[in-house]
Unconditional design. Structure first.
Length: 257
């Protein structure tokens, strides 16, 4: 396949990742730590942009800043999540989203139009870590939103609330679906595949809990198609993801058609 055509398809996969944000239990101390890590990233970002590039995991002086920024264990380590946990993460998820956008929309010439596909290829180590952090965040948000449906049942929610939850599901479905598709683009390297697959596998039950049965079938089919392209370390989380799409009980948000 010609490289230009291949990158054109890749652009269609990654473009939505610049458009969707999510809003889940983290302690105030964890949020404060994240904000400090994000401030360090912003300072480093200013330095690297002055050189026409972005912070890189391959740079020994820059990697610690990025690793702290994407330390999801520090933020998302205390389930179960409830509606009370949504508010503290609004700012965190917005900032994580902007970090992902930073890499996908980079242009060394500020007047030039960003090439999302080329940016993914060039910064795929960083994009895969940023995307994995977002997937973990969405897993927490889904769990918190599912708490909303314990009492009453989904059918008894106000029409506006049902519509908002459906919109949320649609947004997450589009991004998760594109994350699965990224696993089999020719330009992606095994470490990036493993990073994205691990996040999808770790959050498979939460994702399945959000999706309708039809959505689950679509995600399962897409992941099955990606399996032959995945390295050994990505196979197990990919199959965990498929198993959750096929076997998880359909209740809560899944039952909201």
């Amino acid at each position: 396949m010609p490289r230009r055509r291949c990158l054109g398809g890749l652009a269609a996969v990654v473009i939505l990742m610049t458009a969707v944000t999510a809003q889940a239990e983290v302690s105030p101390g964890a949020v404060s730590t994240f904000n400090a890590n994000h401030a360090q990233f912003e300072a480093l970002l200013a330095e690297t942009r002055a050189r026409g590039t972005l912070p890189r995991l391959s740079e020994p002086q820059e990697a610690p800043v990025l690793n702290r920024l994407w330390d999801v264990g520090m933020l998302f380590r205390r389930p179960p999540y409830t509606l009370d946990d949504l508010s503290p993460l609004l700012d965190v998820m917005e900032k994580q989203h902007m970090v992902l956008r930073t890499y996908l929309t980079h242009a060394s010439d500020p007047q030039a139009r960003p090439n999302l596909a080329l940016n993914f290829v060039a910064f795929q180590d960083e994009v895969s870590q940023a995307l994995a952090a977002q997937i973990n965040g969405w897993g927490a948000v889904i769990a918190a939103r599912n708490d909303m449906l314990r009492y009453p049942s989904p059918e008894t929610l106000a029409a506006d609330d049902q519509a908002k939850l459906r919109d949320f599901r649609t947004s997450v479905l589009e991004v998760i679906g594109r994350a699965v598709l990224l696993l089999r683009v020719p330009e992606i390297r095994p470490p990036a595949q493993a990073t994205i697959a691990a996040a999808l596998g770790e959050n498979a039950d939460a994702i399945a809990g959000l999706m309708t049965r039809r959505d689950r079938t679509m995600l399962d089919t897409a992941m099955e198609a990606a399996l032959p392209a995945l390295p050994a370390e990505a196979q197990r989380p990919a199959r965990l993801f498929m198993g959750a799409m096929r076997e998880s009980p359909c209740r809560g948000l899944c039952a909201l058609n």
